[in-house]
Ligand binder design. Structure first.
Ligand code: F6P
Length: 531
């Protein structure tokens, strides 16, 4: 493992760098309405950036900015296991998990996992899997199972993440406990949601008269000793490494559930696709480097054009879970505004990420995207070929995707709208009024990502594309994409309040604001004396 530190801690704030001034100036002078086709292919995926800001001057300014941020050296550090997560003093080496010939302990752990699956399959065991995990220990697995098990999985898979007791109640309801495997995925093995839900699942197994309920529990964690102390049999504990961030952990045994549900070959395909993106990221020149160019488009949209959010629109119902997956990846990684030197970044950083699968999204919020006062850049994601035989459905899906994108990009001028109204025989007075409502501003940036078809390989390649995009954006902004101190703080506060609610000492009004104090008292009363 290469541990040479190329630190950003002594770097200048982005807003004070002359390279940033030149870059933002070039971006302001460039256009999203360029007619030029700009498509980059990476790992078999086409990234069409024709709807993003571009000019040759901007391309030059991009290179200078990345050079000033030591892009090449930092990328090499990431890919070779250097300490890129500086605030937590560790690597973020998820790419090591997808190497064709991984290091011996990674290969050995994968073999253990595959062996577990072989035995379960040969015995036709575990008709039901209850996957318990949250955040990065949940979204990636859910995404893969939904993407490739959308029609059916031979094992019945339930996901339980939320601490809300309704989630575990629903997650276990109707299952045969005798043929249910409970998978506890938690890197830290301290996450309250996962441990409490796991406890309920264990009780549920025991209450069905199962003699050794712990034998039906599997854990994936970076703290095997904690899982063992919790009662998980040693042979059922699969290792995660400290240098794999939670939101980058689907490349590890966290995907045991995916492999049990849709086959180990799905996981192998995803790893191979991600490895192909890694190779592209490592080798492609800046102007043809897909994650880099995607990152640059995002930085312009957020920090120069001031768009506060990014919309993800997968035109594929199998990829509906891609939205929360990317939401966590981007927002937990880029939701920071202090740089590695400890100073304010000085420009707006990571956008809010939101979305929904198309065409549902069109009937939910696309009106806002078209004519709302703010608008948002959109990542349209679509597969060229479908895996069903209803060709008219796929034609419509593709047509809708292209049409929405074109409307956002081209817009419709007042004169065009007026001509349309007059052509239908609307009187001139009313037409001029109506045309003002029908005009679209246009010029709204978007990226079109085209997968040849949805396969484990292309999904793996797509996810790695977003991962590296996030890395490059963090590098330019000067922030650490691998920590999440804000979330950690909320967890500490929740622990304290939970203690008070469950009958601890009276609430200390000086510790909370008036509203929190009021509701703690109300809830304490109703929890201890339910009506
Ligand atoms: O949401 C905060 C977080 O720490 C995520 O980064 C992580 O994916 C999730 O909680 C779950 O953590 P763990 O896998 O340790 O249970």
């Amino acid at each position: 493992m290469l541990l040479t530190a190329i630190s950003l801690t002594d770097h200048a704030a982005l807003s004070e760098m002359p390279e940033w001034t030149a870059f933002s100036h070039a971006a302001r002078n460039a256009s999203t309405r360029s007619k030029a086709l700009r498509i980059i292919n990476a790992a078999g995926i086409d990234l069409d950036l024709s709807g993003q800001t571009y000019s040759p001057e901007l391309a030059e300014a991009t290179k200078a900015l990345l050079e000033a941020r030591q892009f090449g050296a930092r990328r090499d550090m990431l890919l070779s296991g250097g300490i890129v997560n500086e605030t937590e003093g560790r690597a973020a080496w998820h790419t090591a998990l997808r190497e064709a010939a991984p290091e011996p302990d990674i290969a050995a752990e994968r073999e253990r996992m595959n062996n577990f699956i072989r035995v379960a399959d040969s015995e036709r065991r575990w008709r039901n899997i209850v996957h318990i995990g949250i955040g990065g220990s949940d979204w990636g697995v859910r995404l893969a199972v939904n993407a490739f098990g959308y029609a059916r999985t031979w094992r019945n898979v339930r996901f339980v993440a939320n601490i809300d007791g309704h989630a575990i109640t629903g997650g276990l309801a109707g299952l045969d406990p005798h043929d249910t495997l409970v998978v506890l995925a938690s890197k830290s093995f301290t996450t309250a949601e996962t441990l409490q839900n796991g406890q309920r699942a264990l009780e549920w197994l025991a209450s069905a008269g199962i003699e050794n309920p712990n034998e039906q529990i599997v854990a994936i964690t970076a703290r095997p000793e904690a899982a063992k102390a919790w009662g998980v049999p040693e042979a059922h504990i699969f290792k995660l490494w400290d240098w794999i961030g939670g939101r980058f952990s689907l490349w590890s045994s966290v995907s045991l559930t995916t492999a049990l549900a849709v086959g180990p070959e799905v996981m192998a395909g995803m790893l191979a696709g991600a490895a192909a993106t890694d190779a592209h990221f490592a080798e492609a020149p800046i102007e043809r480097n897909a994650p880099v160019q995607m990152a640059i488009a995002g930085i312009i949209n957020r920090s120069v054009l001031n768009y506060g959010s990014l919309n993800i629109a997968p035109y594929d119902s199998r990829l509906a879970t891609l939205v929360p997956y990317i939401q966590q990846l981007e927002m937990e990684s880029l939701g920071k505004s202090v740089d590695l030197a400890g100073n304010p970044v000085g420009v707006p950083t990571g956008p809010a990420v939101w979305g929904m699968a198309g065409t549902d999204a069109q009937h939910t919020f696309f009106q806002w995207l078209h004519q709302g006062s703010d608008g948002a850049p959109v990542d349209f994601i679509v597969c060229q070929a479908a895996d069903h035989s209803w060709s008219s459905h796929h034609e419509s899906l593709l047509a809708n995707c292209l049409a929405q994108r074109e409307a956002l990009l081209n817009g419709k001028t007042y004169n065009e709208a007026l001509a349309e109204c007059l052509a239908t025989g609307i009187p001139a007075d009313r037409a001029s009024w109506l045309a003002r409502h029908k005009a679209h501003p246009g010029g709204r940036p978007s990226t079109l990502i085209v997968l040849p078809r949805l396969t484990p390989y292309t999904l793996g390649a797509l996810l790695a594309l977003y991962e590296h995009k996030v890395f490059v954006q963090a590098l330019v902004w000067g922030i650490n994409p691998f920590d999440q101190w804000g979330v950690e703080y909320g967890k500490v506060l929740a622990k304290g309040i939970a203690g008070t609610l469950s009958g601890g000492p009276d609430v200390d009004p000086s510790a909370h604001n008036a509203s929190t104090t009021h509701w703690i008292n109300v809830f304490r009363k109703s929890l201890n004396h339910p009506e």
